[in-house]
Design a protein around this ligand. Sequence first.
Ligand SMILES: *Cc1c(COP(=O)(O)O)cnc(C)c1O
Length: 389
Amino acid sequence: MSRITDIIHSVPVDELTGSISVPVYQTSTFVQEAPGINKGYDYARSNNPTRKALEDIVAKLEGGDAAFAFATGLAAIDAVAKLLKTGDEIIAVDDIYGGAYRLFTQIYEKFGIKVHYVDTTDAENILEFINDKTKLIWIESPTNPTLKITDIQKIAEIAKPFGALVVVDNTFASPVAQLPFELGADIVIHSATKYIGGHSDLVAGLVVTKTKELSEKIKFIQNATGGILGPWDCFLAIRGIETLELRVRQQSENAIKIAEFLTTRHEVDKVYYPGLLTHKNHEIAKKQQNGLYGGVVSFSLKNDTVEAANQLVTSTKFFKLAESLGGVKSLIAHPAQMTHASIPREKRLESGIQDSLIRISCGIEDVEDLIQDLEKALTIKENLVLKEN
Ligand SMILES: *Cc1c(COP(=O)(O)O)cnc(C)c1O
């Protein structure tokens, strides 16, 4: 049986009624026959059948032992960080998701957990920081917004002898394009707000664990700290997963065509997309990403100014100006003023976020319409984008 058939049919048919879609068990508690005698459910923070259906599908999707659904991607990241104690250390990719950076620096460092931010595009760079206090190695690949790629397998090989767990935030690739457990990861997390939900109508997070031992630990944290995903949102996430493969394939096909189009434009300076042969770590991306590179493309302008970027991001019709990514409708964003506005300009420039850097999330629209939309926005009258300085 192929993977896609397996995933679609792993959504269970409701035993009571035959309902082909998972019922939304909107309940807080479950009636017991006698104290402690129940049908496997007692209280909805601990477990809920709609959530269980989602968690089982996600475990299968990533090839893990178990999965756990949280209220947001950040709540999922927080649950994994709670595996640590004072004195432990984390090595994290240097352009980690901004919310994770804020969580580590402003919450966890207060509790005596040290985080080293390292450029992991060369895996060996972690050697300088890894020691027996290192408990987690936190990787995103591709990263946001410059789509840097890390060799996950190499990182796992270096981490193993130190007993450090490799955590991969697989949000940008999605399990369609990348399976981190096959590359040696121990924990996979997702902002299901993005590709897994896929319709820009949901905020959710997932933790997937490779071993039973880790599953028990995360299950305990999920119940003890309580940041679970509600049943209606679990239903939406399941419905998203049923079309995940179709969507990510289309988004990746659109993205490579758009990235290639952008490289031909004289208004455009750099184009960042792991599917391009010119990408620094294209060979690694090709090896670990099943030939799909996701729907996010970033690019900068020859006129490297905020004003030029502003003109472009407010001139598109189909690319809607908004944060987030992974939905069926295309989005456009200006990181320096939006997702990365809280990072000082100097630091932004260091990590390649130029003043004019623009990030697009390709949806599933017809790619010719999307290309025309960008073409028009690049060539409107009194073109700031074109002006070279
Ligand atoms: C959006 C995002 C998160 C945070 O997820 P939320 O659902 O917004 O809390 C974490 N990691 C990555 C890579 C993201 O893009």
